[in-house]
Ligand binder design. Structure first.
Ligand code: CU
Length: 236
């Protein structure tokens, strides 16, 4: 019997293994999970060639409290890009006071509840403005400060963007995601950051534009924190 087995040359043996391997794997029903694992694996392989997948979030800025903002309508875009261990934030906004610095943040609900941009219905005390405390109820609380060092979680800063002579701001910031996550967890004890669960708010009008009834947060004057633009961030 033994003598009937053909001697297998090195090359043919390799081909045989290949055929066995291919037929074995094609017999298996490839599940979604397996496919996903393969995708992840190829994604990891691509990191070596600087082709890390980008997760991006984008939203249009719409006007809030236009009357208090000299009847201007704030508009623009917010874009977040998560790539590897970096978060890149881009903001372009117009309808602002030339030369004025604007507080801008990502807001969110600590309980992960639903958030939205506030409209005039959020003006609970009917004083004609949606102040920051009223906006908090709808858009969430201040979470990530978009100035020059978002990982320090300090709301007060002189490095928020300043509007140019045409009333536009253009803000770009690259943030280390690990540092941001760590600070975020220390501040909010909230677990994972979900960029699809944020609103963007930009704040600030001239002092005389807010009624005395307008309230504020974090020891800041009400005119500094008055929301003038908002964007509900979602994955794009
Ligand atoms: Cu804010």
């Amino acid at each position: 019997m033994k003598s009937k087995i053909e001697p297998v040359s090195g090359f043919r043996f390799f081909t045989l293994l290949l055929v066995i391997g291919v037929s074995f794997s094609s017999c298996k029903n490839e599940t979604e999970d397996q496919r996903q694992n393969e995708d992840e694996l190829s994604g990891q392989m691509e990191t070596g060639t600087e082709q890390v997948a980008v997760e991006s979030y984008q939203a249009q800025i719409t006007s809030v409290n236009g009357k208090a903002n000299k009847n201007r309508s704030v508009s623009g875009i917010v874009r977040l890009e998560v790539q590897g261990d970096e978060l890149k934030v881009f903001v372009e906004a117009s309808g602002l006071e030339p030369g004025m610095m604007y507080l801008q943040h990502l807001h969110g609900a600590k309980d992960g509840g639903e958030i939205n941009c506030p409209d005039s219905a959020a003006d609970e005390n009917n004083d004609g403005v949606v102040d920051i405390t009223e906006a908090y109820d709808v858009a969430g609380v201040t979470m990530i400060m978009l100035h020059n060092d978002p990982t320090n979680f300090e709301v007060e800063s002189e490095t928020y963007p300043t509007a140019d002579e045409t009333g536009n701001i253009s803000y770009q910031q690259v943030i280390n995601l690990d540092e941001l996550r760590q600070g975020f967890m220390e501040e909010f004890d909230w677990g994972e950051m979900d960029f699809g669960q944020f609103t963007y708010l930009i704040h600030g009008v001239e002092e005389e534009a807010v009624p005395e009834s307008a309230e504020s947060v974090k020891g800041l004057p009400a005119h500094v924190t008055l929301p003038i633009g908002c964007a509900k961030i979602s994955q794009s």
